[in-house]
Design a protein around this ligand. Structure first.
Ligand code: ADP
Ligand code: MG
Length: 253
């Protein structure tokens, strides 16, 4: 394990019933960096991302073997506090999924669940989270309107604000731009660049251009294995593995 890693796996295997979806994955995620997971559809990117905050717990028949460590602590342990883990390791999904409530309530929801009741404190958290998600200027005059009235790109930034509101350390993003147009995508990519000042970001993307633009480290996955992992420039410019090379040069996808 690298000494600095915030999240790591060691010989992680994931099974969905009989299906062996992740095979002997050993990876270190560096803090305050962006790590991209790339690879063809079905190779296990989302499955690996879900292991990082125990979202696979919610999948019937899923079971893991091996270690998943957050700051050196085993998160698969039966005594680990799953609620606390998901607060510290938040997730943003492919399709923006705001609650059918106001913009304000979407962001205030998590802090309320975690016991914050004071109105001024909530106002401050909502503003800060929306600012950090680069959405505040666009919504500050309509905080009490429905989140469903926002554009897709705004809804996705709202979902990021909702994640930030509980002060996570890691943000997992599963193809966060796949439902967005190029302009909204560019805004999210710029936001990711800003987020890494304070947060660790792990992003799954099927866009190699996005991985090359937005990440510091890249892992290439294929058929449930982590084929190659390294600095993004190395993976794209000097891949060591033939499969990685074929993938990043667009020979298969
Ligand atoms: P990716 O995100 O790279 O497209 P996934 O992690 O979604 O890949 O899927 C990896 C493999 O696990 C695929 O073969 C997929 O069919 C299978 N899989 C994913 N989710 C489930 C599930 N809930 N139950 C059974 N098999 C699943
Ligand atoms: Mg996926």
């Amino acid at each position: 394990m690298t000494e600095t890693a915030i999240l790591s796996t060691r010989n992680l295997n994931l099974y969905y019933g009989e299906r062996h979806a992740l095979k002997e994955i050993t990876i270190d995620i560096e803090p305050k960096r962006v790590t991209a997971l790339i690879g063809p559809s079905g190779c296990g990117k989302s499955s690996l991302l879900r292991c990082f905050n125990r979202m696979n717990d919610l999948v019937e028949n899923a079971r893991t073997e091996g270690e998943i460590l957050f700051k050196g602590e085993e998160i698969t342990s039966p005594v680990a506090d799953v609620v606390a883990i998901r607060k510290r390791i938040g997730m943003v999904f492919q399709k923006p999924n705001p609650f059918p409530k106001s913009i304000y309530e979407n962001v205030a929801y998590g802090p309320r669940v975690h016991g914050i009741r004071d109105a001024e404190a909530l106002d401050a958290i909502v503003e800060k989270s929306l600012r950090d998600a680069a959405l505040w200027e666009e919504v500050k005059d309509r905080l009490h309107s429905s989140a469903l009235g926002l554009s897709g790109g705004q809804q996705q930034r709202l979902c990021i604000a909702r994640t930030l509101a509980v002060e996570p350390e890691v943000i997992l993003m599963d193809e966060p731009c796949s439902a967005l147009d190029p302009i909204a995508t560019a805004k999210i990519e710029a936001l990711i660049e800003d987020l890494k000042t304070h947060y660790t970001v792990v992003i799954v993307t099927h866009s190699m251009q996005q991985a090359a633009r937005a990440s510091d480290f890249t892992g290439f996955m294929y058929l449930g294995e982590l084929v190659e992992f390294g600095e993004t420039t190395q993976i794209f410019e000097a891949p060591k593995n033939r499969l990685t090379e074929n993938y990043v040069t667009g020979r298969f996808g």
